[in-house]
Design a protein around this ligand. Sequence first.
Ligand SMILES: [Zn+2]
Length: 427
Amino acid sequence: MSQKASNYVPYAFRCFQGFTVSDIKEFQSSRQMEIVLEKVDDKVHICGRCSGELSHQGGRYRVKARHLRMFDWTVSVLFWREKRFCPNCKKFRSELIEWICPTSPHMTMELAFWINRLSEVTSVLQVSKLESLDKMTCYKVDKHILMRLLQGYQPPKVTEICVDEVYARGPKQLKQGETRDDLFLTVVVDIRTRRVIWVSKSRRKEGLDEFFRLIGEEACRQIKVVGTDQHEGYAASVSEYCPQAKVVWDRFHLVQKFNEALNEERKDELERIDPEGEMGDLINGKYRYIYLTKAKNRRKRDRRHIEEVMRLNGKMARLEMIKEHFHKMFDCNDKMEAQVMLCECYEWAWQANASHIVKWIWSIMEDERFWNYFEYKVTNGLAEGINRAIKGLKWQAFGYKDMLYFSLKILQKCGYLNHRYFLAPTN
Ligand SMILES: [Zn+2]
């Protein structure tokens, strides 16, 4: 090919390593273009399986592969793919074509990257419709590119992380030998940037172990704070790999647990009183959320509801006070202040005969991981935005059965496994 500037051939026609363009066919009515390729004379033939050099030819077959669209034209490339003898494999093998997607031999890598790029912003189903491709093909291609990106992926340096579990699939999808823990994924978030930096399968200790082994000993030593829920598996992993790190129970999960205890109290009270009476209806399960909401977040109607209940029922009035006090405690600026408030909660719960709450407070009171909160203030394990993004992902894909793919998608949408990071890693 001439090197003269006047003979410039657009790159779109030159990106087929080992081949040159011999003909271009255009079909005006269907807006289709076919680029016919011919192999270069000095082409080196590589085995598609073992990457060794191939020797004599044994046959060839015609391949038509979809390429990137140009303007509004659908573009395909046509070429002969050769079968040659591989001395390593001792078999006839198809030659390797670098610019063809390995999982979908009827698509160029250029198009594969574009499919992957599109699927960063919308679902695979929508991408397949947009590009008139089969949905399964798009899914395979997207996964292939993500796997490739993963090979070059190194989690960023971190000092504060949050570890959380994400519910990924229903119990019906459990395979043999799996337990409930396998329904979840372990998600590691960098607290500073609020981005997901790793996802591993199951919520067992091994899930977090995997992350610590990946970043290596030196990086583990840099980790100062790990926010988790009250999951013992994660705590065990942290003490094994990052013994210097402080484990902090995050506020979101603590409030959740407190609410569970509070709800039990309401149920007990409902059982104790006459269910047919005036009170019975007011503290019924259908009003559950009213009791668990913070006072300042309640709607006007709910506020009137709670006032009426507090007037009629002494215990419910006390529970309301304990709940508000418990929430306020998280605003404390130091441990001492918080200790006083939690003790008050405990005392009031004791006086109100609220045994579920008494038991629960007792279970966290002596634990350093709870008090660490007031030093490091680790909030929601998964930041609101991330949680919503993950839920959106599941909804978009009508639930994921392929757990590896789901993990990759989380890293793509909420982390760094995407084109921005790989093409311009400094940004
Ligand atoms: Zn081979």
